[in-house]
Design a protein around this ligand. Structure first.
Ligand code: NAP
Length: 283
């Protein structure tokens, strides 16, 4: 089996590690514009060999795991050169623009649109984690647009690496993910900014910051190169979630200005049910 991974970073690299363990007979090739990442991926055993775009016609699977703006141009080029039975999947955090970019491609039936809900705030092949996808959800969009026999092979691979499958329309995916992922990142970035701007002596932050601050601000370590195109592609939905979030923050501020502590208590108590929601969540 020949597997090509385009974009050997956290997600592509983690897929490479799992695939190499599950299918020892497979050869995993990496394609990346960052030569250091190719070398790192070879050194740590994330890939077996550097791949070439012109050899994609021999691939069984091509995994596209580049930033979402890059995916818009790379994905159609991949579909242009693959073989009849090659399965291509893309793992970006937005789905509607990517599905639209290949909607009329003659090889659309070789493509499966996915978003594995798994990751960390780190980037590059050294951030790859074996078992990252175990027990996590993979959202698949427009499954009916992928050839049935190729769908089956892709689903077998996703299940082998431990993923549960959820099907969703691209626009619904982008709408919901704006709340649970994109807004969380903006919120962490702006919390980090607020504290950094006020605490000019960074050591003071480290001395006083507890685990609560650290876990809340964790996502602010994420890569701007990855997140700027995500916010650009999902701008309308993200703006909507921000308006709702800002309104909640403003309302909370008003309660505090008015010293309405009963309302503040009730507000927090009503949100406490997030515990039950998260406990019952399919992760
Ligand atoms: P990453 O660690 O930064 O890896 C992306 C890799 O692609 C980097 O090595 C990057 O090189 C390379 N690259 C950039 N342009 C390229 C091109 N034209 N051709 C080939 N390689 C190129 O990013 P990631 O976290 O794995 O994210 C990859 C995709 O997964 C993104 O679409 C993201 O939305 C999605 N995703 C991420 C997470 C997460 O938690 N991180 C979760 C689910 C889905 P440079 O670093 O030099 O640019």
């Amino acid at each position: 089996m020949k597997i090509y991974i385009i974009g050997i970073g956290l997600i592509g690299g983690s897929m490479g590690l799992d695939i190499k363990e599950l299918y020892p007979e497979a050869t995993v090739y990496g394609i990346d514009t960052n030569e250091n990442h190719i070398q790192e991926a070879l050194d740590i055993g994330v890939i077996d060999s550097e791949g070439k775009f012109e050899n994609l016609s021999n691939a069984n699977f091509v995994i596209v795991s580049v930033p979402v703006d890059v995916a818009l141009t790379v994905l159609p080029k991949v579909l242009d050169v693959i073989g009849e039975n090659t399965i291509v999947f893309e793992v970006g955090s937005t789905k509607a623009p990517i599905c639209e970019a290949v909607a009329n491609h003659s090889k659309r039936r070789n493509f499966i649109a996915t978003h594995p809900i798994a990751g960390t705030e780190f980037s590059g092949p050294s951030a790859a984690i074996k078992g990252l996808f175990q027990g996590k959800t993979n959202i698949i969009c427009e499954v009916e647009r992928t050839a049935f026999k190729l769908q089956e092979k892709a689903l077998d691979l996703f299940k082998a690496i431990g993923m549960r499958i959820r099907y969703m329309e691209p626009k619904s995916h982008d709408k919901h993910i704006a709340y649970v992922s994109h807004l969380s990142h903006i919120s962490a970035f702006m919390l980090g900014k607020t504290v950094i701007n006020k605490e000019k002596h960074e050591q003071d932050i480290f001395d006083m910051a507890g685990s609560g601050f650290e876990s809340t601000v964790r996502l602010a370590k994420s890569s701007p190169a990855m997140w700027t195109p995500i916010f650009k592609q999902n701008r309308k939905q993200v703006v909507k979630t921000l308006e709702e979030y800002i309104s909640n923050l403003t309302q909370f501020k008003e309660l505090l200005i008015n010293e309405d502590y009963d309302a503040i208590y009730e507000e927090m108590e009503s949100v406490n049910r997030i515990k039950e929601i998260l406990n019952g969540m399919v992760k």
